[in-house]
Each structure stands twice: as C-alpha cells, then as structure tokens.
Ligand binder design. Structure first.
Ligand code: GDP
Length: 306
C-alpha cells in the first residue's frame, strides 16, 4: 500500500543528504516534493499547506552539516505533515460505542447509531458488513438497516452479509422511505437490547440534491451518534469532491477509506483528512470481513518514512 508516496518521501530525504541545503537547494527540494505529492494524489490544498510548513522549518532552522542531514530533513518533513493535520478531529468509535452501551444499561438511552454515507461503488455495503464483524469481535451486538432502497440488489447484498454474519437485517421494499427503515432498525434494537445500529444508505450520484435531502431526513429521524463517510482510495480527485459535498450537507464525523490494498499512491487519506478536518478511522484492505484495519494518522506519517 501507498508505495509511491513512501518512495517519493524516501528519495527526497536521500537527496537532502547529498546537498548543502542552501536556499536554492531548499527551493528545488520543495519543488520536487510538490511534484511527488501531486503524483501520489495528494490534493493541492494539502500540498500547499505542508509545503509552507516545511519551507518555514527548513529556512528557520540551522541545518546540520554532518551525515545526519537526511535524518534531520525526515524529521522536519514529518513535523510539517503533522502540523498540517493538527486540526483534524479525533474520533474513537469503539470507545464511543462502549460508553453509550454502558449508559444504555443504566439510563435506557437507546442503541448507538451509525449512518454510513457515500457514493455507490465506493464499498459502503461491504464496509457496513465489515464494521458489523468488527463489532462482533469487540463483543458489541449489532443490527443493520438496509436504507439504500434505490440501488437494485442493495437490500439482498446487505441481507446476505447479515445472514453470513448471523445478525439481523432490517429491510422494507425498494422505493420505501430510508428514514422509516432506519427508524425500524432503531426500534428493533431498543426492543431487543442491541448495542449498535449500522445504517447502509443510498449513494446515487445523478440526483445529488435528493440524495442529500434523504440523508438529512435519516439524520433528523434517528439522530445518529456517528456519521461515517466511505471513500474509495482509488477515486483520486472524485473522492475529494465527494467528501466536500457530503461534508457540506451532512457534516460527517469521520471517514473510512476502502480499497487501500489496491492503492499504490496513498494521497487520498491525507487529502480527505486535510480538506474535511475529519479523521480517517479505518482502512478497507481487501474483500473479506476481517479486512478492515484501524487507521491512525500519526502512525501513517511514521510509516511513510520507514
Ligand atoms: P457500495 O455500492 O458503495 O455499497 O459498494 P460495495 O460494497 O458493493 O463495493 C463495491 C465493490 O468494491 C465490491 O466489488 C467490493 O468487493 C469492492 N470493495 C469494497 N471494499 C474493498 C476493499 O477494501 N478492497 C478491495 N480490493 N475491494 C473492495
């Protein structure tokens, strides 16, 4: 995963060890850095910010003359990337769910509700199923709501996943109101003492306004505790514009990047986190139920320089 971004950063730190890093060297270095970032699918807004931080650091600091120079540049680069993401919110989904589960036991506040948002084909339904599996592994009980009542096959797809995972799927017929399906799932969970409701929503792109109204209605009716945007790592700039659109209309809390296993570039996670200031909390890394791994930006930045 993310080979291009890693090798770009690796080769940049190598270049740094061979030059004196005069002002001209730094300009050339930043130029190369910018090109590598563009090639790795990092959004231009994020590149500008990292570049500005990096330039300031490199110009302001006395650069060592010794062979430690590449280490020095690596650390400055890491710090510049980190600083760029310092405003990204923190979300610990499992901790939030456990906290509500405990409250529910005492105060009957109802299940924890997660609404999954995103465009068709990004891997939303698969992610809902993998998330259900993750919750099972963490001893949380779960029900799924088939609230994509538009895409042909969506209800069967999620119901089939639910059967395999031995969990309940709440569904109505195609064309029915997604908010009503979501409410049914919430009531089912309340009646059966289930900890978490996962709502799979529609993602047709042609009628974006109706789609956003539909999402707003689900939000009004069930008041989700968490709204998670699902983005396709391979979609490049499209994923970024989708993230902006969904953020504007739904103010989602966090994102999951799917298909990271097939992503050699790696800029998508950086770009979405920077532009939305929402954290990427998990990565989809394959097609099986266990292919959902936690994502931590700090660890990701460190791993880019390994
Ligand atoms: P939806 O339309 O957003 O609900 O998308 P689906 O869940 O139906 O997924 C679309 C396709 O992407 C399916 O073929 C999935 O198997 C595939 N997919 C989803 N997540 C991943 C992932 O993390 N890695 C890979 N390689 N494929 C994935």
């Amino acid at each position: 995963m993310f080979e291009r971004l890693k090798s770009a950063l690796g080769s940049l730190t190598q270049i740094a060890s061979h030059t004196t890093l005069s002002k001209e060297d730094i300009d050339k270095f930043l130029w190369d850095f910018e090109i590598s970032m563009i090639e790795s699918d990092v959004a231009s807004e994020a590149i500008e910010s990292i570049n500005a931080n990096l330039k300031k650091k490199l110009l302001d600091t006395k650069i060592p003359r010794s062979e430690d120079r590449s280490k020095f540049v690596r650390e400055e680069l890491k710090a510049a990337i980190r600083e760029t993401f310092s405003k990204t919110k923190k979300v610990d989904a499992l901790a939030m769910m456990r906290a509500k589960m405990m409250r529910n036991k005492k105060e009957h506040v109802g299940p924890f509700i997660i609404l999954f948002l995103g465009i068709n084909g990004t891997g939303k339904t698969t992610t809902v199923a993998r998330f259900a599996r993750l919750l099972q592994k963490n001893n949380l009980s779960v029900v799924v709501a088939c609230a994509d009542t538009h895409r042909a096959g969506a209800i069967e797809q999620l119901t089939e996943h639910a059967n395999r995972l031995k969990i309940k799927a709440i569904a109505q017929s195609y064309g029915s109101d997604p908010a009503a399906v979501s409410k049914d799932a919430q009531l089912y969970a309340e009646a059966h003492g289930i900890d978490v409701v996962l709502i799979d929503s529609a993602g047709r792109i042609q009628t974006s306004k109706n789609l956003m109204e539909e999402m707003a209605k689900i939000v009004r009716v069930v008041q989700p505790d968490l709204k998670i945007f699902v983005a396709d790592s391979l979609a490049g700039n499209d994923a970024i514009s989708q993230a902006k659109e969904f953020l504007k209309f739904t103010d989602f809390d966090a994102a999951i990047m799917t298909k990271a296993d097939a992503d050699v570039k790696g800029g998508g996670a950086l770009s979405i986190a920077f532009i939305t200031q929402r954290p990427i909390i998990y990565l989809g890394v394959g097609q099986s139920y266990d292919d959902l791994i936690p994502f931590d930006l700090e660890e990701f930045i460190d791993s880019l320089f390994e």
